[in-house]
Design a binder for this molecule. Sequence first.
Ligand code: NAD
Length: 328
Amino acid sequence: MNKKTKIGVVGVGHLGQHHTKHYSNLDGANLVGVFDLNQERCKAVATKYEIKAYEALEDLLSNTEAVSVVTPTEEHKKVAEQCIKKGKHVFIEKPITKTVAEAELLIALAKEKGTIIQVGHIERLNAALLPLEEFDINPKYIEVQRLAPYMSRGTDVPVVLDLMIHDIDLVLALVRSPVREISASGISIMTNSVDMANARIQFQNGTVANITSSRVAKDRVRKMKVFQQDLYITVDFLRSLTEVYRVMDADKSDPSAIMSAPLMSKGRHRQIFYEKPTIKKQDALKMELENFIEAVQGKVKPIVDGAAGKEALDLALQIHNKILEDIQ
Ligand code: NAD
């Protein structure tokens, strides 16, 4: 039988309670306990899952091999540093830290201690995105929209670090090229911080991504459109709907297509094939925590490691700073 990883959760607020729930059910995990500065909350979550409520982080760390850090972002560096110094593997919710220097410090420390940092960029595991693995993705243009009705939770950070960072991480993973130029603009509507933002990112390989994020919207929207030579894919993260349009020569066939239409393009008889890949229902948080446990056990690599978390934060902060320049 495989050895179970002794794990704990630090910060059991809105999201931390879900980490706790999943670890309590994962085959590879032995959930030892939780720690939260709010001891009342800590005890309530511990009682629900019949685990120990720790009164000090140090004591939780002496009984675990790995922890999830699900505290507010400004606490990530302090808490994760304490965990890594004790040789613990850490899953840090996104964004990895508040500053790039903090992320670099944690990455260097983890390297020295030989521990894993995984970052909670959960959209990488969104079921609607997984069909893209079947295609040779080389986008020329990516359009992303993430709009949400106003909620006070999460507004301690600007919208770029709260919502847009999800899409920045996805775009970086799809494009895999250094950034050449950024232009961005934004506005404060409900808070003292930027609530609505748009960024146009030009990459050195010629790809352009246009990302719009807002936390002041009537309806929730989470959509991505990927355009490249002979291929157009739309992903609706909320409706779990992925649609693929492929242009191929007329003599080729696509067994997965549910519809095709003739097209005369570039002087050739061609066809447009329409596919709607089957989306397997899955819980993205459960999958990413499973991935973390397996990474700790040396079976796989973390889906989003510390370096990827830092890269997304770095670009998010550059975008946010451009917006501040634009506003002033
Ligand atoms: P929350 O405020 O609901 O919960 C945070 C908890 O941490 C609170 O219970 C608080 O008492 C506790 N806490 C604060 N400082 C602490 C410390 N030093 N040690 C121990 N406990 C401490 O916040 P939340 O909405 O659950 O967000 C937590 C983190 O998760 C944030 O970094 C946020 O950006 C991230 N988040 C990610 C997603 C996602 O989609 N991946 C969604 C929501 C939140």
